[in-house]
Ligand binder design. Structure first.
Ligand code: OAD
Ligand code: ZN
Length: 237
């Protein structure tokens, strides 16, 4: 690969798997035990808000018992290394955990929202909290009760920061996808956008993703092993 300055990394649940967070579509994944319609759509929330709050409360509570793994910390090392070389790294994550940040990365875009962010549907206020929420929980700004929902992008809703992400892809030299099945759009389509713009593309995943054929190169294996090795290559190459 020629000298690379600016990189966009798209991450999915696979990068957090070795930290102990379940993925969605693998064997044993979250969508085996839970119906997407029930816990990851606005209609599901309207039908049974308690069930939905409980699902995200449990996932939020888990954050305090997991740690970033070598893939997260390697990306933080890459971010600092690229900045030192006059470039930059943009991490676009579909993950709602905070492991990129706890691994030391700063430029992280959460396109599907964050477990640690809450959203009041009465006054539109968004706020950080690691607590559990019930239908009795009040908004800290307008005091409305029962109106605080997880700040998570559900199916049928528009992902966040799409303009920023598209600009980052447009300005990058290399687009890398790590630990995502490529099943959910628009995230799954960024590789095609990158290819169309003439960018280099690389996939790092346990198995071939649905859009694997769009990538120039695919490396199969665990993110915790392959990502640190790839970061070394970029920074030393
Ligand atoms: P998936 O569960 O669909 O895919 C996870 C991918 O990670 C699979 O391709 C696995 O092979 C791979 N994988 C598992 N362990 C790995 C490891 N140790 N190292 C490398 N790769 C590994 O998760 P996502 O692609 O992130 O959206 O799912 C995308 C979106 O679908 C999520 O953001 C979520 C979900 O529904 C919403 O909830 C809106
Ligand atoms: Zn409010």
């Amino acid at each position: 690969m020629s000298k690379i300055k600016n990189i966009v990394v798209l991450t999915g649940a696979g990068i957090s798997a070795e930290s102990g967070i379940r993925t969605f579509r693998d064997t044993g994944g979250l969508w085996e035990d839970h119906s997407i319609e029930e816990v990851a759509t606005p209609e599901g929330y309207a039908a049974n808000p308690e069930l939905v709050l409980g699902f995200y409360n449990a996932r939020r509570a888990q954050l305090s018992s997991v740690e970033p793994n070598p893939a997260h910390t390697a990306l933080s090392r890459l971010e600092k290394g690229l900045i030192g070389q006059g470039g930059y790294l943009t991490i676009v994550t579909q993950n709602v955990d905070d492991l990129h940040e706890r691994g030391g990365a700063e430029n992280v875009i959460h396109m599907h929202g964050e477990l640690l962010s809450q959203w009041c549907r009465s006054c539109n206020h968004k706020f950080k909290s690691s607590e559990s929420f019930t239908l009795q929980s009040q908004c800290p700004k307008c005091s409305a009760g029962g109106k605080v929902r997880p700040d998570i992008v559900w199916f049928g809703e528009m992902p966040y920061y799409m303009d920023t992400i598209e600009m980052s892809v447009t300005n990058c030299d290399l687009f890398v996808s790590i630990g995502t099945s490529g099943a959910v759009y628009p995230a799954a389509g960024y590789v095609q956008m990158a290819r169309g713009l003439g960018k280099q593309t690389l996939e790092i995943n346990l198995e071939r993703s649905e859009g694997s054929h769009f990538f120039h190169e695919t490396r199969l294996g665990k993110a915790g092993e392959l990502v640190p090795a790839w970061v070394d290559e970029v920074l030393n190459g």
